[in-house]
Design a protein around this ligand. Structure first.
Ligand code: ADP
Ligand code: MG
Length: 245
């Protein structure tokens, strides 16, 4: 990998009480790389992503974004969240705000931009996800797929250096999945660095540069999609693929 990685995860451990959820994760993600994270339910995928966005504190280990440690106790968490955008399975939009306000609010509150400037950026981002026409609507008036596209626009509005997706399409009706995956593919093609936890094996195979298989809090195997799906070497990955493919 050339240059400073966008993300470097070093010996990351996370426990909830006696439960060891992450058991020594080491991972580097290069500029523009799209890394798919697959693995059984409960293997620690969400916890891994959440620590990269500082939604969880590591028990031990360190995480760097562009060489800057974000796991120090004195880290400015708002600054981390500005650099690292996250999209969740549940869209987490503010129900009482319009779509454009949802996208603009962090620009005003965290970036301290004046309303007009924040709204202009928000509208540009909504246009990119095909939802400018819905700017004044409330989230409840949108389909799940549209709400998720708003959530993506909201994350992009902060101009993140890295985007985290945690099963972004898992809560969607089947016919709405494709629109969200198309937006994610477009971001990947545009050079965004991405960590994508997904059950969409087609996406992992076709869009990801690298696929990481996690099981029981560890990275068991990783490699290019052709290798992970075509010639998995560990029995645990083979079992997992036999169940999902
Ligand atoms: P995955 O996303 O791969 O399904 P998670 O990271 O959500 O896995 O969870 C891994 C394990 O950690 C599970 O056993 C889950 O119940 C546990 N866990 C996750 N978050 C918490 C929490 N806040 N408190 C206690 N246990 C948790
Ligand atoms: Mg999860």
């Amino acid at each position: 990998m050339s240059g400073t990685p966008v993300v470097r995860i070093e010996a990351l451990h996370k426990s909830f009480g006696p439960l060891k959820v992450l058991k020594g994760i080491d991972l580097e993600i290069g500029q523009g790389e799209v890394v798919g994270i697959i693995g059984p339910s409960g293997s620690g995928k969400s916890t891994l992503l959440r620590t990269v966005n500082r939604l969880e504190e590591p028990t031990s280990g360190r995480i760097f974004v562009h060489g800057e440690e974000i796991t120090r106790p004195d880290t400015d968490i708002d600054k981390v969240r500005g650099k690292v955008g996250m999209v969740f399975q549940s869209f987490n939009l503010f129900p009482h705000m319009s779509v454009v306000e949802n996208v603009a609010v962090a620009l005003r509150k965290i970036r301290k931009l004046p309303r007009e400037q924040a709204d202009a950026i928000a509208r540009r981002r909504l246009d990119e996800v095909g939802l400018l026409a819905k700017a004044e609507a409330r989230p409840a008036g949108l389909s799940g797929g549209q709400q998720q596209r708003v959530a993506i626009a909201r994350a992009l509005a902060m101009e993140p250096e890295l985007m985290l997706f945690d099963e972004a399409t898992s809560a969607l009706d089947p016919e709405l999945v494709k629109g969200v995956l198309t937006i994610m593919s477009g971001l990947a093609e545009g050079g965004m660095t991405m960590m994508v936890v997904t059950h969409e094996m087609g996406f992992a195979r076709e869009v990801c540069d690298r696929v990481v298989f996690m099981d029981a809090g560890q990275v068991v195997e990783q490699g290019p999609p052709a290798q992970i799906f075509g010639s998995p070497s560990s029995p645990r990955l083979r079992d997992f693929l036999a169940q999902v493919l």
